[in-house]
Design a protein around this ligand. Sequence first.
Ligand SMILES: Cc1cc2nc3c(=O)[nH]c(=O)nc-3n(C[C@H](O)[C@H](O)[C@H](O)COP(=O)(O)OP(=O)(O)OC[C@H]3O[C@@H](n4cnc5c(N)ncnc54)[C@H](O)[C@@H]3O)c2cc1C
Length: 583
Amino acid sequence: MPSEKLIQTDVLVIGAGMAGFFAAMKAKEQGLDVTLTDKAFAGKAGSTHFSEGDIIYFRQDLGHNAKEWVEQISKNCEYLNNREWDEICLLEAEERYDDLVSWGVQFYEKDGKLYVFGTPKDTGVGAPGSAYQMIAQQNRKFAPTMRSRALEVGVRVLDRLMITELLEQDGRVVGAVGFNTNSGDLYVVKSKATILATGSSSLKAGAYPVYSYTGDGEIMAYKVGAAVASKEFMYGVTYYRAEVQRARESGKAEISKHALDESYRYPFAIGGDFSGWFNKPNINAEGEPVVFPAWEAHAGKAPLYLDFSSASGWLMKDYLKRIGTPQADKIGLDIRRGMQIKWPSSRIMTNAIWNGSGVWAEDKNCSVGVPGLYAAGNSCGTMASGAMYGGMGFASTHAMVTGARAAMGAAAYIAQNTDFSVSPQEVARAKAEVCRPFERKGGFSPEWVTQTLHGLTIPYYFLDIKHEKRLQAALTLVEFLREHIVPKIRAESPHEWRLAHETANMVTIAEMRFRSSLFRTESRGNHFREDYPKRDDPNWLAWVKVKKADEQMSLIKVPIPRAWWPDLSKPYEELYPRIMPME
Ligand SMILES: Cc1cc2nc3c(=O)[nH]c(=O)nc-3n(C[C@H](O)[C@H](O)[C@H](O)COP(=O)(O)OP(=O)(O)OC[C@H]3O[C@@H](n4cnc5c(N)ncnc54)[C@H](O)[C@@H]3O)c2cc1C
């Protein structure tokens, strides 16, 4: 019979990825009692455990120039990056690296020395030249190492504890309520400060290993009045003008009859684009260069193909080495059968994770503007990555830096406050909210609601190729899901109980995505509006925040500082090396 457990702690950290581990261990270093929870097994979950492990290698003593790097990041992020946070991430990268080494994390070496690499200076694809350097942790090993270290220093690590509701007393956050996704035990955690490190938000689209990402932290913070930023942007592939121009000049490509029809084997298939060409489809069904996968499908030119034949040996070897298998055949690539992988249009889908958005950070210690509540990592909306990813290795570095700073913020808040009490009524309210799906007799299964939500979000014509009419149509149905269906989701087991809350969160995240995408009437990064196909400077040199106002979702436009504007006298093509559909 599930039981109820009470935990009293100083700092509650929700989510044990890179950000959560840094927040927990940095708070512990302040002599505080720390509880770290994860809805899965801490150290083997979230995108941290799947990540390749690259982090930024910025060293001032090697003459690395922060201003130069931030300039490059700004161009990558199409100028919506928060330059102050970018500089903080660069300048604190070395200290956080030292932490990882002191915790026993191993890094790849070459010839007995730390293996330092960067996106090749000349990828020939027009990507801004690279001052950017990285190093790589031994993937699949560093997160378990951080877990062992956390246990060693006395952090209370609670696996399979999903937190779904914050305790709020007189406008302060004083803990949270959750449940064990195996036993069904209910947990009330009373804490003096709480750090949300629950990762980003995906809609469980099948394109990437990020199914745990359901925006739990963002929605918990939104419910207590914090703002959530930049939900119109997603992580997706884009293409450089130079690479498309070069391909157009070399004429249509030949499609091999032996193209490998097994795109699902490639987890990075439609991942980021900083390492240039090799992990995204580059030719369409007519042999023309791809400009934007969903646009090719929209134009009736799918399936798409990833042609490896132009891959240089170095990149290929490096790629295979870092994804943990030196043998191409292990990923089903038989180079004797041609070097093309086929992408049916059914696999061109919205990805929807992002590490530029999240709970809006109100200060440089990751406070979210609600006393007692902080955010870190992919949950923290610093806007360090603007409309596009700042650069490989950026996300983990941002997670480390914001995790450490959130811990400092929480420690300072605890030192300056004395009242962390919570009323029995508030505990009862939160428990009722958490248990609702598990106590319903009738209602809808979370699986069915997720399937219904996917029908409104995954087809490319909603959140990849956007248009006011389709966005509005989907929004109307998502509102119906939120108002009528979500309150009636029921769960028959602790597992379904998790799915029930994740589904409710995804419905609200989807609403935020549709409203933010309707609000931003331009195209930028991988937010593409068919009805506004160009970047609209300076009108949309601004961030979009979503905030609860009188139970409604309100949208707020936050112009970026004028000093961060690009030089608008320069040609559009020079400011934006990435090509948009219809260009
Ligand atoms: C395949 C892949 C490769 C990548 N490669 C790189 C790379 O090489 N370099 C780089 O910098 N970035 C990379 N990234 C991005 C990087 O991994 C992430 O940005 C970073 O790890 C985010 O860390 P985090 O701690 O914010 O979130 P996560 O690592 O996602 O951790 C969030 C944790 O919160 C838990 N959680 C969520 N909700 C709840 C809840 N309600 N209650 C309790 N626990 C909860 C989850 O289970 C999860 O463990 C990659 C990402 C992917 C998917």
